[in-house]
Design a protein around this ligand. Structure first.
Ligand SMILES: Nc1nc2c([nH]c(=O)n2[C@H]2C[C@H](O)[C@@H](COP(=O)(O)OP(=O)(O)OP(=O)(O)O)O2)c(=O)[nH]1
Ligand SMILES: [Mg+2]
Length: 143
C-alpha cells in the first residue's frame, strides 16, 4: 500500500456504536427499522447508537435502549465486538446479548419495532456491517 493510501485509510473517523440483541424466551429477537433521513434508512437494525465521550459502550447501550425502545436493561453480555470499514468511516460495533430487561420494547422515536424468530434473521435487510453477526446468530443451535 502506498503512503498516500495508508494516510487516506487512517483518516477515516472511528465511531463507536453499542447495540442490543434483545432475545425473549421464545428465541425471538427485537429489531427496529431505521427511520427515513438516517443512513441506511429503512434497513433493519439492532436498537442502539453511538457511544458518547466519557461513556463506556455498556453505558451507551443502556442509555440508547431506554431512549429508543423504552426498556431498562437488567443484564447485558458482550456477544461480539469488531470494527467495520464503511466508505467514509470506520465503526466499532459492540453487540450485547440481552435476555433480562424491564418494560415492553417499542419504537419510542416513531420507528417500527418487531419480534422475529432468530432463525429467520436475514443479513440482506441489515447494514453491511451486520453480516458476520447475523451469520453467527443463524448458526447458533437454539434450545
Ligand atoms: N443502531 C444500529 N446501528 C448500526 C447497526 N449496524 C450498523 O452498521 N449501524 C451503524 C449505523 C450508523 O452509521 C451507526 C450508528 O448508529 P445510530 O444511527 O443508531 O446512532 P444513534 O442512535 O446515536 O443516532 P443519531 O443520534 O446519530 O441519529 O452504526 C445496527 O445493527 N444497529
Ligand atoms: Mg440508534
Amino acid at each position: 500500500m502506498t503512503a498516500l493510501t495508508q494516510k487516506a485509510v487512517s483518516k477515516k473517523p472511528l465511531i463507536k456504536v453499542a447495540v442490543g440483541i434483545i432475545r425473549n424466551e421464545f428465541q425471538q429477537i427485537f429489531l427496529t427499522r431505521r427511520l427515513e433521513g438516517k443512513d441506511f434508512a429503512q434497513s433493519w437494525e439492532f436498537p442502539g447508537g453511538k457511544v458518547e465521550a466519557n461513556e463506556s459502550p455498556e453505558q451507551a447501550l443502556r442509555r440508547e435502549l431506554e431512549e429508543e425502545i423504552g426498556i431498562m436493561v437488567i443484564k447485558a453480555e458482550l456477544y461480539e465486538r469488531f470494527q467495520f470499514e464503511y466508505p467514509k468511516k470506520v465503526i466499532e460495533l459492540s453487540f450485547y446479548l440481552i435476555e433480562e430487561w424491564l418494560n415492553q420494547p417499542f419504537g419510542r422515536e416513531g420507528q417500527d419495532g418487531f419480534w422475529i424468530e432468530q432463525h429467520a434473521l436475514d443479513s440482506g435487510q441489515f447494514p453491511p456491517a451486520n453480516k458476520k453477526i447475523i451469520e453467527r446468530l443463524l448458526s447458533e443451535k437454539l434450545d
